[in-house]
Design a protein around this ligand. Structure first.
Ligand SMILES: [Zn+2]
Length: 234
């Protein structure tokens, strides 16, 4: 019997699909924002989050809460500050959640995932902490460009996961001055095309009427408040 000419090609294709499947990296994430929940304390201590590999903090969280999660769950944590983080002070090196990494305007490669952070919210008070006008937020986002381009050249993609406190403009945000989203985040989604954007800040957002998840292009935008567990892949 004669073997079809394309058999070799099909075999190679199947081997390649198998290779890709084996190398597809997934990570189980616990993301938290805005409110320390008694339930999360209990779930953490009774092993409910077993199998989780990473904690992401999306702002407005007490450092004591973040430090508790890191201690009990014993895994890496990245977080960004929100607009209600009085403990956060850029000038004070010791002002951070012990055991975690403040990812504001930084990008790290963790377990083959490229993770970036963008703290703060829209400015609605002249003296507010971690608050930015739309123009200021754009300037902050532009500062990430060199690293995003480097990632694109080195890894073939700019970013896998973006964590922010604010939502993007027009997505999960609200019309009151304190809860307008940041347009700079819409720009970052367009430029960096992360697979996931985790955010907090808008806990009053039509919670019972609208979905906390929206997809824009390849980016899944997730309102974390008050916590979410997600299996992320790239
Ligand atoms: Zn907030």
């Amino acid at each position: 019997m004669q073997i079809p000419h394309n058999c070799n090609f099909v075999g190679k294709l199947l081997a390649w699909i198998c290779f890709l499947r084996q190398n597809k990296r997934t990570v189980k994430i616990l993301a938290v924002s805005d409110q320390a929940l008694e339930r999360v304390y209990t779930l953490s201590s009774n092993g409910h989050f077993q199998g989780t590999e990473l904690i992401l903090g999306c702002g407005d969280m007490s450092y004591a809460y973040l430090e508790y999660l890191v201690t009990v769950l014993n895994m890496p944590m990245f977080y960004v500050p929100g607009n209600h983080d009085p403990q956060f002070d850029l000038r004070a090196a010791q002002a951070h959640a012990e055991g975690g990494t403040n990812l504001d305007l930084k990008i790290v490669r963790h377990n083959k995932f490229l993770i970036g952070g963008f703290g703060g919210s829209i400015r609605y008070r002249p003296d507010g902490i971690n608050q930015y006008t739309q123009a200021e937020a754009y300037m902050r986002a532009f500062s990430l460009l060199p690293r995003l381009l480097l990632n694109r050249m080195q890894y073939g993609r700019a970013l896998d996961i973006l964590i922010s406190h604010s939502p993007p403009f027009g997505i999960h945000d609200d019309s009151d001055p304190a809860h307008n989203g940041l347009k700079a985040l819409n720009w970052l989604i367009r430029i960096a095309q992360p697979r996931y954007l985790f955010h907090g800040h808008t806990h009053f957002y039509k919670r019972n009427l609208a979905s906390p998840e929206t997809t824009v292009g390849i980016t899944k935008i997730i309102n974390v408040y008050p916590y979410k567990t997600i299996e992320a892949s790239h």
